[in-house]
Ligand binder design. Structure first.
Ligand SMILES: NC(=O)c1ccc[n+]([C@@H]2O[C@H](COP(=O)([O-])OP(=O)(O)OC[C@H]3O[C@@H](n4cnc5c(N)ncnc54)[C@H](O)[C@@H]3O)[C@@H](O)[C@H]2O)c1
Length: 424
């Protein structure tokens, strides 16, 4: 009989832990702001004995957030926020070496994905941390018995914030949520520079295509889309943007890109990247007109931006061309390629955002959890922004870590800028 104590959590293989630990330590080197917060948390123990259920992409950067929360005194468990984004070695190390039970296996099926969220909820959270709002949705629809213990939550991404605002509007939301995504030190950097670089990285790792000279069609010119477009242009692509928002479309035109409807772009694109948070952005009518060899990837939160059932219907055969690259043969003989099952390509075939950008996003997470512990009793069942003082403090710490200094307003300038009578 195996008498070893059973370790809570469900990971692919605990033997991967050593590799995961090295990866976590490497990321830590590039997360100076989180390191400072951890030092302060160790001293002050602001999260002492607070139960946290966290549903985030299980990466080496997330591991450093989880360790910071644990070091602040929290009692936490972690599950995946996406079936394809887990780094199995990191999940193993968290569970085995850092005492943080983790429920996540890369490539898990839908039933396992939701079973893992269920396991994280069994922890009876007082605070939830979510990325895409799947954990909160399960809690509020399937596990309503748990609501009475919850004092608040945080949400990491644009799509989750949209879902939670809709819940607050119709009265479904049962506790305050801080929208970490809305912090300037999150979306201005994580969505733009993090998603921008890592989306291209994911496409390159999956395909090894030369981007120079290709027509890259990017659907959505939001924070992520701007970043992806900037990096594709830098690699020599002819970038085309599709949009539904006239202001964003105008911005894309003035940034030097061609803007056109997807119906037109579909006929000429070589690579298509969706980053809208919307559904069926690439659909039946587009697949019908795409060129032979066209490649499609999604970097928006859910795998509904590319209508995969429609693609399946239109095709007569499907095979894996390379890892993370599925080849669909259309009935007229054209071959179309879908990357990473239409899931976030930067996490499916690459490693997600680099640590130095997640440093700021996760500093916002850690300080928002602390804020909830101190202030949730004064908050309504609404979605809140990150307090501006936290946002500014994080920007200041990040600049300090980079050795960058800035000017200070003189007393005369402060007076001038706060007065309406000056300047005449
Ligand atoms: N891959 C990652 O690691 C990562 C990181 C951050 C955010 N995200 C996700 O990426 C998505 C976009 O995030 P964001 O911060 O850029 O959001 P955003 O709101 O700033 O931008 C989305 C843009 O898409 C446009 N859009 C909506 N429907 C469209 C359609 N049918 N065709 C063309 N354009 C359309 C909107 O007008 C908007 O300008 C979200 O799902 C978000 O959760 C992913």
């Amino acid at each position: 009989m195996n008498t070893a104590p059973k370790i809570a959590g469900d990971v692919k293989d605990l033997a991967l832990a050593e590799r995961g630990k090295r990866k976590i330590e490497w990321a830590n080197q590039h997360m100076p702001v989180l390191q400072l917060i951890r030092k302060q948390f160790i001293k002050e123990q602001p999260l002492k004995d607070v139960r946290l259920s966290t549903c985030l992409h299980v990466t080496s950067e997330t591991a450093n957030l989880a360790i910071t929360l644990r070091d602040g005194g929290a009692d936490l468990v972690l599950c995946a926020s996406n079936p394809l984004s887990t780094q199995d070695e990191v999940a193993a190390a968290l569970t085995k070496d850092y005492g943080i039970p983790t429920y996540a296996i890369k490539g898990e099926d839908n039933a396992t994905y939701y079973a893992h969220i269920g396991a994280a909820l069994d922890h009876r959270p007082q605070i939830t941390l979510d990325d895409g709002a799947d954990l909160v949705t399960q809690l509020l629809t399937k596990r309503t018995d748990l609501v009475k213990d919850v004092i608040g939550g945080t949400e990491e991404t644009t799509t989750g914030v949209i879902r939670l605002r809709a819940m607050a509007k119709d009265g479904t939301l049962q506790y305050p949520i801080i929208a970490v995504n809305d912090a300037q030190t999150k979306h201005l950097f994580d969505n733009r520079y993090g998603t921008g670089q890592s989306t291209i990285d994911g496409i390159l790792r999956a395909t090894n295509l030369l981007i120079a000279g290709l027509r890259v069609v990017i659907a959505g010119y939001g924070w992520c889309g701007r970043g992806v477009a900037m990096r594709a242009k830098g690699l020599g692509a002819d970038v085309i943007i599709t949009e539904v928002n006239p202001v964003r479309a105008l911005e894309a035109v003035m940034d030097g890109y061609r803007v056109m409807p997807m119906n037109d772009a579909a006929k000429i694109g070589d690579i298509f990247i969706t980053v809208t948070g919307d559904k069926s952005v690439l659909a039946h009518e587009h697949f019908e007109h795409m060129k032979d060899g066209a490649v499609m990837a999604n970097s928006g939160h859910f795998n509904v931006e590319i209508d995969i059932p429609a693609l399946e219907k239109l095709s007569s055969a499907k095979k894996q061309a390379r890892p993370f690259v599925d080849e669909y043969v259309m009935k007229d003989g054209r071959k179309l390629y879908l990357l990473g099952d239409g899931r976030l390509i930067n996490l499916a075939s690459a490693e997600g955002h680099p640590a130095s950008v997640m440093d700021m996003s996760f500093a916002n997470q850690a300080l928002s959890v602390e804020h909830l512990i101190k202030h949730s009793s004064e908050m309504e069942k609404q979605v809140y922004g990150v307090p501006e003082a936290i946002d500014r403090a994080i920007a200041k710490l990040k600049l300090e870590s980079m050795g960058v200094q800035l000017d200070k307003l003189t007393a005369e300038q402060e007076h001038y800028l706060s007065s309406w009578s000056e300047g005449t």
